[in-house]
Design a protein around this ligand. Sequence first.
Ligand SMILES: [Zn+2]
Length: 355
Amino acid sequence: MSSFCPAHPLAGLADKVRDRIPVPVVDPTAAAVRQAETLVTLKPRKATAGTFSSPGSEADDRIGEGTGRGDRAQAVFRRERRVALMPFDTIIRGGTIATAADTFACDIAIRDGRIVALGHDLGAAETIIDATDRLVLPGGIDSHVHFAQPSGDGIVMADGFATGTRSAAFGGNTTVLPFCLQQKGQTLREALRNYHAQADGECHVDVAFHLIVTDPTDQVLGQELPALVQDGYTSLKVFMTYEGMALSDRELLETMAVARETGAVLMVHAENFDAIRFLTDRLERAGNTAPRFHATSRPIPVEREATHRAISLSELVDVPIMIVHVSNRGAMEEIRRAQQRGLNVMGETCRNTWF
Ligand SMILES: [Zn+2]
């Protein structure tokens, strides 16, 4: 996945922290702590007034101890050199760090965009952020958001990149992964160009795209997708329902095969399109068009069957899949059974699919 949006300045602590802490990709807290544990060979030293604690020599710490003019000049020289060789870019001081495992009082030192030390009295830095009485948390990653995506005739999702990423920042998320929707007849490159153009300069947090494949032509599957995976767009989503988006079983299989060959992660929206159309037609004929009939048109078997089918197809191709927005027990049990059989099937849910 490619991260492309430059940081957009938000006022305050959270933004400063985000700018300087890399967004960990896997198990952020543990990774950051491990990284700090392995990288920190600096022994924390007591920093007293007039001294700078750093990896320099012991003698260098005794700034201001000289009494003669020469000593003083030397001390000033050393101090200036020390400032020039500031060991850290940023120290977040006095906060309470909350990790996945623990909560503890600790300072954080950052150099070149990475956490390099956790400890107390870490010394000097170009920027000191006072986090007294505050919690310091790893930035969250929301791997499933939709921004500025067309959703039916003339309808576009309410959040664009500016409002969506602003909302993410205020919720503590420093990376989001929205979807880039390929329209029928469009190449994936075109779709990506459009989304990048909309996102460019608008984002307040890091953004990377998943690709939604709705038109898996030979060209898309044979050339575009493998090239885009090479470029870093390593996750795809396919739909088993929705007009203009649903893939046939054959198309699902072909796309799964590309995911297998390229190592891309494949997400599947699993609902039975024909079953939904069958039920929807009958509901409409009976005049049942109020919003609540949306649920009636998608009873549990619609999702359970498609989930089972998606898993079976992925088993044929022998490729891992992720079933997205799982909304009922039946579908969840299909995933669990597949996992118990040793298949690499994952599932995720989100609150808006429960209602
Ligand atoms: Zn979604």
